[in-house]
Design a protein around this ligand. Sequence first.
Ligand SMILES: Cc1ncc(COP(=O)(O)O)c(C=O)c1O
Length: 394
Amino acid sequence: MTPPLDQSKPRFPIQNECIYLNHCGVSPLHPGAAAAARQWDETQMRSGIGVFAKLGDPTLAVRRAAAQLLGVPHDDLSFLRNTAEGLSLVANGLPLEPGDRIVSYLHEYPSNHYPWRLQATRGATLELLPDRPCGSGLPEGQPRGFELEDLERLLRAGRVRAVALSHVQFTSGFMVDLAAVGRLCREHDAWLIVDAAQSLGAVPLRPLEWGIDVIAASGWKWLLGPMGSGLLYTNPRLRAVLKCTMAGADLMEQGDDYLNHAWQPHRDGRFFEYSTANMASAAALAACIQEAQLHFGPECIATETSRLRRLLLERLDPYRFLRVQFPGPGSPILSWAVPQADRVARCATKSGVTVTQRGGYLRTAPHFYNTDDEILRAVDVLHQAVDAVQRDAE
Ligand SMILES: Cc1ncc(COP(=O)(O)O)c(C=O)c1O
């Protein structure tokens, strides 16, 4: 049994450099991931192709680890380069006809927007849910969130083939109730496609229970993995109807029988792993999923990150930091409406607390290994940053 997090938190090298609250941007690489990548490279350097005999197939290792994290068979996982690659492979492969509709949200991250826009070349239209306050009380202008009533209205109008939404919005931190979206999609026979770049590794995801057909995510945010690594979960019912849009040697069942050009694509998650992967990156992502996510457990990690966000909330001055708050469970990104958020973020980062601005909000995103002491010190720095920016403006 894993001991409670507060007694067993790992200490990471970045904690000697700064207080890092930017896990919604680019995260520090997990030391176990860095070691696994180095081990792969060293072994390949000394052994060439013998690296596989010595270390095994890292794409299989990462599929297994990610499947365990999501509670799904590893056949339904693919190791890719990023979220956009996963979403593009799905969007381009969906059987779509002129007049078919795809629904997304107005302020999605580009990786979950352009792959759907591209489907206009096949006559499908992308319709965007309008931005709504969603109980936040925030004025129109900056991104907030979307309402399920708007989604239901679009679904009722018919011919919606796919609903493509982020679990957590990268700007406001709005987190959608995926179980409710899943119910609506099933009622209206639409595929539910989720961009989980801002949630996988921070909060538990239950694709089978929630009726999610696709999850695409990046490895270098909440999973603490290498940049340029990504994951794709697809359910077999969806894969059975998807057409193939990228092909190479690794797509085919006959493996390294390279002169056999029979068309025999894998029908499991390898359907999307069309050719040689970045193996060091796969080894690294497998290692950090095992050593952080599976070691501590996604529930424990979510509980701890939520406790750290609460501490930030209790300590940040509400007059200087207006919390962006939505009803429902806490999102991994705690955003703040702060005048000149960009300048405040830069000033805080310069003073040793790494935070970012997106969509006009200051985003704070602690991960499970951050300590209470770091949060308390970050609060002081953030107060000073707001005051300094305000003084400069006067
Ligand atoms: C919601 C969301 N999706 C996707 C990404 C990253 O996309 P990609 O993996 O294609 O670089 C981000 C990065 O900030 C994001 O916030």
